[in-house]
Design a protein around this ligand. Sequence first.
Ligand SMILES: [Mn+2]
Length: 464
Amino acid sequence: MIRPEHHASRRRALVSRLGAPALFVGNRIRQRNPANDFPFRQDSTFSWLTGCTVPGAALLLDGDREVLFAPPPSEDDLVWTGRIEPLADLGARLGFSDVRPVAELPAACEALGRVPFALAVPDGDATALAAACTGLDLHYPDRSGPEALLRAIADLRNVKSAEEIAEMEAAARITAEAFRVAMAATVPGETEATVAALVDAVMAARGAAPSFSTISTVHAEVLHNTDRSNRLEAGQLFCLDAGAEVPSGYAADVTRVWPVSGRFDPRQKAAYEAVFEANAAAVAACRPGARYRHVHDTASRVIARFLVDEGLLRCSPDASVETGAHALFFPHGVGHLLGMDVHDLENLGDLAAYAPGRQRSTQFGTRYLRLDLDLVPGMTVTIEPGFYVVPAIFARADFRDRFGALVDFDRAAQWVGFTGIRIEDDVLIESDGPRVITTGIPRSVADVEALVGTGLPASARFRV
Ligand SMILES: [Mn+2]
């Protein structure tokens, strides 16, 4: 867990950057029906500042003054949820000497005498409260808050402390265990749903939760595939894209693809090794000072070289990166920021992930690159190149026109049904270079083939 003193140092760092008061609201519980709630997840910035996971809480910062607001517990809570923590106890646990009922928040904002900074959160009611208390035009996620506030939050959250890195390593360890169980359990006849259930069960058994809906599919060419209705068949490639979130809120995000039969066929193996090489080259490029766009281009060049070797591209890898031809087979960015959210800070907009003066590319593929900062020590990013055969892309008339000279569409048609391959790891930028924190998950062809289908390990005792 992150210590209260650590949260306090973040608040001081933020206040000294802002030079003005600031209001942060947390998320509230959202109901599906009365007495039937959706799972609660605190807003990440609110958690980052307070460690407070009480729904409906708020934080007011004004110079040295810090006030935590929270809904007072009721007697009914004791009966229905077993939770009763008096506000004073909540404050003592989280390191706040001043904790008040949240009903007092509007008057406290009024008493500031000036408009505080405030942040929109993924909860309409909480954002409306922040807007009402400040008069700011706030709407999640397109009007998240004043630019100076967003920049300060992005700069501070983007560089992880040793305590945060330890949390991310814990998330990575649980994720690695889940992946090993999933690989071991994969045999023809098993189902996508069962593998996903095993992954989520490992996370739950270790006190964590999925940091996003587990992707468990034999159709990796659908990038964010949420369908889990298929039975696994020999000859298919299976894709697992999943990550654990530990109680402090830090996430992992990993993808592996493996053969259902336990053996890659020659074409699958060639493509897998190209994506693996792209992953390794991109990881190696994640050095302090490197521009992330160049990390993306490094992976693209390796994928393009494979496409040239297979006769799918008729141009040099450099010409492919220039024109974007390879993106017909690698239609997404090489990765993104990672932290308390899987696409960390994405709710603040491109301001958090694109350096000033840098814009998203207009080119197909590269325009989905979620990050273009210069890397600095303490940043954590994902590296996730891929190779996909997407019939809908090959069918596009505008692509056939534009790339007709560069892409062999007849040859591409022979690959339809291949599905796709993505290999994703989480990388910490250290002063002397990159460090992969998602270790212990097979990556090489030999390591993958050695584990797939070996059966559930004894440690997976939670299986009933
Ligand atoms: Mn990812």
